[in-house]
Design a binder for this molecule. Structure first.
Ligand code: GLN
Length: 261
């Protein structure tokens, strides 16, 4: 009887171990692989869906945009299920480093600072920071930003860049769209933001706002993964390269980039 009980105990431990190894968190990292057949692996993408045309929430509540479609294509090609975690932009890297998300895909610029905490894939998009001003503004370029009230999305490269300009007073918003609203209400003098979101936001205020033609910087967007997650890094790089070569990337971009114009 005692033997039977301990056998049952052992069996229950074995069963729970099997359960653990099949748990979603193992699948999320794609790291199980100890000979256990896996069904659909999940790929958790952390993003901030306030950044059209790269990621935004559609009226029906679904997540859409260039980044979302790129990740959907990657998941389709590699037999994964995409899970979108919509969080604050400055929480994306912490989510990746803590393992809550497998990757950060958020029109995210490769910077030296971020490279200290995460690994980046190869670039998949060349972007730049632009200055948005009211139509009648005296601000004509970067030099005119000195001493001005600047609106940015918190934690972005636009934030870092503008903060370095002499004498500025920074107004940091959790969404780029809110910085644009502040600009239309004359609460800030200019907004520094990425070019494509700038186009999308300005299109909605075409009677009031303009984007200055001289960009502030050139940047490269890439996907962030946890440092040392080489398996996922190489999977993403292989897929990015494939989609750049077979035209998938171009057709996803074409679908969204024209939309705001
Ligand atoms: N490209 C900018 C950055 O990486 C902004 C990204 C965003 O707001 N989603 O900081």
């Amino acid at each position: 009887m005692k033997k039977l009980t301990s056998f049952a105990f052992l069996l229950s431990i074995l069963m729970s171990l099997t359960l653990i190894s099949c748990s979603p968190s193992e699948e999320d990292t794609g790291g199980a692989g100890i000979g256990i057949p896996q069904h659909t692996k999940k790929l958790v993408m952390a993003t901030n869906a306030e950044f059209p045309p790269f990621e935004f929430k559609a009226e029906d509540g679904s997540y859409q945009g260039i980044d979302v479609e790129i990740m959907q294509a990657i998941c389709k090609a590699t037999g994964r299920e995409l899970v979108v975690e919509d969080i604050a932009f400055d929480s994306i890297i912490p989510a990746v480093t803590s393992g809550k998300a497998d990757c950060g895909v958020a029109g995210m610029t490769i910077t030296e600072d971020r490279l200290r905490n995460v690994d980046f894939t190869m670039p998949y998009y060349e972007a730049f920071q632009v200055i948005v001003v009211p139509k009648d503004s005296a601000i004509q370029g970067t030099d005119d930003l000195k001493g001005k009230r600047i609106g940015v999305q918190i934690g972005t490269t636009g934030d870092t860049l503008a903060s370095d300009i002499e004498g500025v007073s920074m107004n940091r918003f959790s969404k780029g769209a809110d910085a644009i609203v502040a600009l239309t209400q004359n609460k800030v003098d200019a907004v520094v933001i990425d070019n494509e979101p700038a186009k999308a936001f300005v299109a909605k205020n075409a009677d009031k706002l303009v984007i200055l033609s001289e960009p502030l910087t050139k940047e490269s967007y890439a996907m962030a993964v946890k440092k040392g997650n080489n398996e996922l890094l190489s999977l993403l790089n292989t897929q990015i390269e494939r989609m750049m070569n077979d035209g998938t990337m171009a057709s996803i971009r074409a679908k969204y980039e024209g939309a705001a114009e």
